[in-house]
Ligand binder design. Sequence first.
Ligand code: ZN
Length: 561
Amino acid sequence: MPETFHGSLSQVTVSFKSKNDCELPWLKEITAIGSEDGAQIAACDAKLIKRDRIRPSFWQDMEEPCQETRDLAFGLFDRYGRVSRKYIEPGFRQGNGVWGRELDDGDILLFEKLVVDSRARRRGVGTKIARAVLGRVRDDAGQRKYVVVVRPGVLTQEVAGSGGDEGKRHLATSRQFWQSLGFRRIGTSSWFAFTDEEGHASRQLDASEEWIPPQDTGRYTAIAAQVQGAIDHVLSAPTSDPEDLRRLGEFFPEGAGFAQWFATDDEGNTVLHQAAIKGTLDVIKYLVARCPGMAAARNRDGDNPLETLQSSMELLRTRSNYIEMVEVVSDRFKGFDQSTIACLGFLSGDTEVFDLTQLSREEISEISSATDSQARTIHPEADAIRRALRFKYGCTCGQCIGGFLSPRMKHMLEEETLGQRDEDLMLMWDDDDWLEEGRHMLTGRFVKCLKKGMVPNENNILTLVSDKQEPTLEAFLEEGGSVSSIGTTIFERMLESEGWQLALNPGCQETDTGRVLPECRNDLELGFVSGRCGYKRVSPGRKYFHDEEREEEEEDDDDEY
Ligand SMILES: [Zn+2]
């Protein structure tokens, strides 16, 4: 096709519109206009997000401005504005693996929209205007770090117009446009990022080497309606009828071809993906036994059935969707149910996950707080129980006490509580009060529990960690003092602490050297951990829950096992 040439690019000027209508102090809207001979021919909208100002409530804050900030926050980042680990940790979803933790740091420039008038295309106007926005942000940033992100082809109409059924072609063109500016895909997500750092791995990756999602290659076969009906039927019941399974099996006879087993729905999910999402263990076992290769099939998001289950568990743990709003429920997380963790275990290669419903709350607490060798004397299957607890409470480091208290959280709590105890000690000199002394004693026991690798819950603090008779403590408790109020205070003060601020802010973590503790999904889940220890659930986003919610919470926790 011959290039249409309308004139030289130098005639196009880019100007910035300043907007004062944004009331959010952490957000700066940038609008650039490209014009020629006084007429507007292109426009670009971007948002500069000052992430450090909204760390504790990143998701809630990002939900406010628009759909694109919402999609960015929930699609790419965790509740504290750190990039989803699945996109940067070793594995398939890391894609080309050019991005890492540097995405956690600094401001975020989000390109939202770039439109070029149809008569002015193919002259590099889009490039000129995008570069002008980048230049502007670079100048403003000074020493501040920032990363630039865009989701090609969604709201951006940088090259083609609104192309109707040309969706795929439009997406590819849009992707090429941003790639030509140096943007590279983040893992297997639909988001692309750019950094000014010349030596960055993303700058070394040729665009032709980029990972392309399987849905774009068009090699999927759709599941036949009849088969889908049989799957829906068998997955609708909590436990599967062997007869239903047999009937499902009829659709996959001995020697059924690749296409049949690996046929998918619109989202690229095979039958096994669907069973994993529903958490139906019988069906999962049945399918894997008949076609083991299915466990490696990937859907449109690039997830295998195990990862699909993990993603849906992560959603369950963190969010509750209402019509137009997402509620962040991370601090209310109480663990996954037995059938879900049985599926998670099976797909992770742990064929028999211990049934935790057989144990009382006390037994679990005792096993959680014991050393490895002690635990085996308490229960012969202590190792299996601990593994099941880690599945239940979402531990990813393999070392969480009770499955929820991670090494980093433990360290942070120890440091903070020691600090609190010393502060209180200084106060006590002013006011030599036995009430204060009781508090001080309990705080000390809280730290002692942590140091011994025990869950710092009421029972452990009162009986397990020390059986010494302490009259001051008894008087304190008789007068209405309680472990629960002390424990809650420890967590509340933690939220205000410097240690917590540092933990939330990846840029500051480099100064915290000398510790090599494993990273865990549970590291920053303060509300969840305070609740699991039996205290009020603190919440970084909006401070604390209301009291009614708290009571309901406690009842539920008691009924859990
Ligand atoms: Zn862990």
